[in-house]
Ligand binder design. Sequence first.
Ligand SMILES: *Cc1c(COP(=O)(O)O)cnc(C)c1O
Length: 463
Amino acid sequence: MRYVSTRGEAPVLSFEEAMMTGLARDGGLYVPETIPTLSKDEIAALAGASYEDTAFAIMKPYIGDAFTDEEFKAIIARAYEGFGHAARAPMVQLAPNHFLLELFHGPTLAFKDFAMQLIGQLFQASLSRSGKRVTIVGATSGDTGSAAIEAFRGLSNVDVFILFPHGRVSEVQRRQMTTPSEDNVHALAVHGDFDDCQARVKDMFNHFEFRDAVGLAGVNSINWARVLAQVVYYFYSAVALGAPGREVSFTVPTGNFGDIFAGYIAKRMGLPVDKLVVATNQNDILHRALTSGGYVTDGVTPSISPSMDIQVSSNFERALFDAYDRDGKAVAQLMDELKAKGGFQISQGALQVLQETFASGRASEEETMATIKSSFEVTGEVLCPHSAVGVKVAEEQPASATPMITLATAHPAKFPAAVKEACGQDAPLPARMADLYDRDERVTEIANDLSAIEALIHERRAH
Ligand SMILES: *Cc1c(COP(=O)(O)O)cnc(C)c1O
């Protein structure tokens, strides 16, 4: 399997190279040259399989000969052994035809662990074979950073630097990033918002001299391996509800478009998915783009679902690439326009393609709070604010006989203040991390300034 850039100008890479590279050198994102498909029988054969066995079957065609079957199975086993639930991604029922897929049983209590734990194991296997060292740099609105630090802490061939927006992540998110004591972990509180952090990371990748000097590697959701890991739970949950004999739909709380793009890949692979619903909070650029065709940034308004406070959704570029018939030049032009003018208009043809696959909706802050409350009262399920955005948007979809699966992207204990205010319930941390509030923090505040950040990375990383 080979990987090509969405902007058409970067070298074609293998799985392992694409994983280590992150952002393509032409500024684009790597995607597989072709999408492998599973037959109905192959999907049916996944019924009753463990999460790990499902993961092996779904991801195997994408990794080529990067690892032997035995190695890859061991990597998958190590990635998910630290999860706090035997099913890894259990489902609960909210209403007669509405299910909640709980993706928050990993070590940092958000769905990011599904991809990041796997990437940590893949990196370790690959680097210990090559003897190379890498510097991982990532931007986070809260959950990616904690998941990356948890996955890479203490690994011998890796330094990990995480940029998060100072004062804009929840206390649990911050503590998960600042309390690990390993020397290879570096949490940077940037004076700026998430889009600033993400832009500085992109700048570092486009600064080739720096990139090569420190061996930069990326684990943001632009990394194809992350998208791939997330494809698994779409199959796992759909099969549990009767796929391929029965269609399902998904509603996905969306920020950077990584998670829902994984659902799109599952559909392209042959999973019978009816609707993929993009759920946004008040930062609704994706909802506006999918309804009007205008992808226009207008600043981020902080919300109670901070992991979705995003205007520039990196992975949307991958969806555009397919919607424009894999025309890298057209995508590069749109991205240039976005950079120069803060927006672009999706062509009529591409918009139609996108609308055939994706529906969308938005939940206001009030609606999100009301949904946490009503969900608790009606079902006993305590939702985190992100999951509540998803549930609200799912409930607004036209009635259908097709089961709806809403992705619960974080554990309510990551956002206890909003949860308490909404439904009066405390959201305690699971016992295995109950001492989080007592651990010492270690963090560096830094200006939203590329050369200052690069200088710090040069100085701190192990040589
Ligand atoms: C990252 C995150 C999201 C958004 O996921 P994307 O892949 O960026 O769309 C939603 N909810 C939570 C809790 C998250 O951590």
